[in-house]
Structure formats: structure tokens, C-alpha cells
Design a protein around this ligand. Structure first.
Ligand SMILES: Nc1ncnc2c1ncn2[C@@H]1O[C@H](COP(=O)(O)OP(=O)(O)OP(=O)(O)O)[C@@H](O)[C@H]1O
Ligand SMILES: [Mg+2]
Length: 406
């Protein structure tokens, strides 16, 4: 027989009420993968998880997204039962699971009779209602998640992601958030000259599930562009406390509120990066013209294939093109067996001072008329304008001649 007193949500109720619930409420076992509630259907009972784990999923933009998970002792249905709405999400169980069904009238009677139980319910309701109802309110397209990635460092992930994010926010007037997920040694605070007062680690002190107000409360605004930035923890050793699962949850909450979520990453492939890649709509695979980058990028493309990451999601970006390369882009494409989608020239005279000043070069007069500015404009136009025209090397070589680059 289950002991309901072990579940903190019910622990304020007197023993006789718990006995009554145990005797009168139906408990049922289910197989992994069973959908218990489907978004939009009527709910008659409060559900208490007795065993297993379930995901709360919501559809928007034609995709089903997990909002949060619930474990033994958690309940589901309080928002719908108290608001009188139909199911705001779909509930799917992992592994084998068991649920107790507490009829609506019984739930309402307990709230009316026991003050502490009513307070607990209200707190839970407040946290979850904003998550569930906010997503429902959103009518537009969910954000596109664009991740700058490679397993080898120094490809320009941070510099280019910062400039793309600022340009989309400032010149395309998009609602953009930049997540610095190089959690131990992220550079975005320096690149954008931002104070590190708010950061992702502060979210750890808050109770899950998060809502948009909680997450935005820890974001920093870049004053010149309106870009929002979620900075990494202030000390490297705190990075390991941020899990891949927490990042997926944050991305899911942000998605309905933004046009773009731009992600800067660290050079590794752990559970965190796998979650990020999974949540991404586009992976900007950054590389330069070095043979070691060609080798690693090739290995990554093969790995992505084995992980069933769709090919159209992965765009190879060749950064620092023209820097006495000794390698031909066409040969690189051949050994990658993959087309290069974007070329960015090497322009140290523009990039280095912009890094040192903390002013992205897309905002600085020194980049006016430069090819590097053109290349960032091209990337932003294809992301924001839906213009997926491939930039070919011959087009780019022409620019090289016009601008007399080497
Ligand atoms: N297009 C470019 N032209 C000139 N210099 C560049 C260009 N892109 C990047 N750099 C230089 O390369 C350096 C590395 O760039 P960045 O820090 O963005 O790489 P990263 O991939 O984020 O590196 P890490 O893996 O260490 O985080 C920068 O300090 C910058 O000076
Ligand atoms: Mg970096």
C-alpha cells in the first residue's frame, strides 16, 4: 500500500484524509510512452504521480516541446481544474509509471478545508500557470535556435555569434537572445562589454519549472542593440552545476517569446552540447582553413549523420578565409563531402580592435563597406529573410579582388 504522507505536496493533510484518498482514489499502472492526457481534452481529476516520470508537452508551431517533467509526489491538472480550462498540455509517461486519480470535487474540498494545503496548491498554481498559459497566448512562430559550434577552439564562434546576434537585434529589429553556453570560460560579457551581475547560475536558486519572467530576470540587455544575453556563471567551477536538461528547459521556455535564440558553445561534446544540438534548428559548424579543422569538421559531420541530425540543419561556415591558406575551398568541400554555406574573411584590423573595445564590429564605423560586414549581413539575411541562397567561393573571390584582400 502506498504511503501518501511521503509526498510533500500532500504532507500537510491529516492522516485520516490520506487514508481516505488511498481507499477511494483509483490507482493505475501504465506502460512507457502512454499518453495520459491530450492537449485540448477535458480533465476531471487531479493526477498524482506515484511511480515513474512523465513529461508535460505542448505543441506550438507544429512541434511538440517538453515544458517540464514530473516525478513521484508531483501532481498535474491543478491549473486546468482551478481555471476551468481544457488540458493545456499533453502528458506522456517515461518507463512504467503509476498515477492516482483524485476527483476534482475531492481536490476542491481539500483546498476549501485545509489552509496549508490551499497555500501549497496556490504556489504550485502560480509557478505553473504562467508557464502553461504564456505558451498558449503566443500566436507567432517560435524562435529559431542557431548554434555556433565546433569541437576545436578558435574558429570564431564567439565573435561571429555576437555580431550575428547584434545585427539581427539592431538592424533586423528581431527579438533576439544570446545564450553564452561556454559555461566555464564564456567571452560574451567582454565582447559586448556587459556587467556580470545577472547570470544563469542564479536560476539554480529558483524552483523549477521556470517561467519567462524568472529567466528574463537573469538576462542582461546590450544597450546599443536591445539584444538580451544570458551570461555564464561568474566562476568556472560553477559550470558543472548547469545540466543539459536545465538548458533544454530554458530553451523551451524562451522559444515562444523570441524570434531567434543564438547560442555560443564550448569546444566539447558532452551531454550539454548534445542537448543544445538537439534543440537547434541550425548548427553553424565554424571552421578555418587549417587541416586540423578540416579533419575535425569531417568527423563531426559523420557523427551528426550517425546521430540522425538532419543534413539541412548543418551549415559549414568558413571563417578567416583569405588568410594565407595553402588550402583551396573547393578541396575542403571535397574532403568534407559537404558544401560550405558561408565564407567570412579574415580582417584582423576590424575584428581585434572591436574585441578590445567591447563593441561588436557590426556597430562600428571602422567596418563600413568591409567584406566582413557584408558576410555577416549575408548570414543575417539568410536567417531572417529566409534567403537561403548559397554563397559560392567564386562570388566571394570576386569580392576579394574588389576589396584587394589577401
Ligand atoms: N574573421 C576574423 N578575422 C580576424 N580575426 C578573427 C576572425 N574571426 C575570429 N578572429 C580572431 O580569432 C580569435 C578567436 O575567435 P573566438 O574567440 O570568437 O573563437 P571561439 O571559437 O569562440 O574560440 P574558443 O573556442 O576559444 O571559445 C579572436 O580573438 C579573433 O581575434
Ligand atoms: Mg568562444
Amino acid at each position: 500500500m502506498i504511503n501518501l504522507a511521503e509526498f510533500s505536496f500532500l504532507s500537510t493533510l491529516p492522516t485520516r484524509e490520506l487514508m481516505k484518498l488511498t481507499k477511494t482514489c483509483r490507482i493505475q499502472k501504465y506502460n512507457s510512452g502512454t499518453r495520459i492526457v491530450i492537449e485540448g481534452e477535458k480533465i476531471n481529476d487531479l493526477l498524482l504521480v506515484v511511480k515513474g516520470q512523465l513529461s508535460i508537452m505542448k505543441s506550438y508551431g507544429g512541434e511538440n516541446k517538453t515544458l517540464f517533467n514530473i516525478d513521484p509526489g508531483d501532481i498535474y491538472g491543478e491549473v486546468e481544474l482551478l481555471n476551468g480550462t481544457k488540458a493545456l498540455s499533453t502528458l506522456v509517461g517515461y518507463r512504467e509509471f503509476e498515477l492516482m486519480f483524485i476527483p476534482k470535487n475531492e481536490f476542491l474540498r481539500l483546498i476549501g478545508t485545509y489552509e496549508q494545503f490551499a497555500i501549497e496548491t496556490r504556489e504550485l498554481y502560480t509557478r505553473r500557470a504562467s508557464t502553461l498559459l504564456e505558451v498558449t497566448k503566443h500566436k507567432g512562430q517560435p524562435a529559431r535556435v542557431i548554434t555556433f559550434y565546433n569541437v576545436k577552439g578558435g574558429a570564431g564562434k564567439s565573435v561571429i555569434s555576437a555580431n550575428v546576434a547584434v545585427m539581427l537585434a539592431r538592424f533586423w529589429k528581431k527579438k533576439v537572445v544570446l545564450l553564452d553556453l561556454n559555461l566555464s570560460f564564456g567571452d560574451q560579457a567582454i565582447l559586448l562589454n556587459l556587467p556580470v551581475e545577472k547570470h544563469i547560475h542564479k536560476l539554480k536558486q529558483l524552483k523549477r519549472p521556470y517561467n519567462i519572467t524568472m529567466i528574463e530576470g537573469q538576462m542582461t540587455t546590450h544597450p546599443e542593440s536591445g539584444l538580451k544575453v544570458l551570461l555564464p556563471p561568474p566562476r568556472p567551477e560553477l559550470a558543472e552545476e548547469i545540466s543539459g536538461e536545465m538548458i533544454s528547459h530554458i530553451i523551451d521556455i524562451l522559444r515562444p517569446h523570441y524570434d531567434f535564440i543564438i547560442i555560443d558553445t564550448h569546444n566539447q561534446m558532452t551531454e550539454l552540447e548534445l542537448k543544445i544540438l538537439d534543440a537547434s534548428n541550425i548548427i553553424m559548424l565554424m571552421m578555418t582553413m587549417e587541416i586540423t579543422f578540416v579533419k575535425n569538421t569531417r568527423l563531426l559531420i559523420d557523427l551528426f549523420q550517425r546521430l540522425h541530425i538532419p543534413r539541412e540543419k548543418v551549415k559549414v561556415v568558413l571563417n578567416r578565409a583569405f588568410k594565407s591558406m595553402g588550402l583551396e575551398p573547393a578541396k575542403v568541400e571535397k574532403s568534407l563531402a559537404y558544401a560550405i554555406s558561408y565564407f567570412i574573411p579574415s580582417e584582423g584590423d576590424i575584428v581585434v580592435p572591436s574585441i578590445n573595445k567591447g563593441v561588436p564590429f557590426v556597430l562600428s564605423r571602422t567596418s563600413d563597406g568591409s567584406t566582413i560586414l557584408e558576410s555577416i549581413k549575408h548570414i543575417c539575411a539568410s536567417l531572417a529573410g529566409g534567403m537561403e541562397k548559397k554563397q559560392t567561393w567564386s562570388m566571394f573571390s570576386l569580392l576579394k579582388e574588389v576589396f584587394k584582400l589577401n
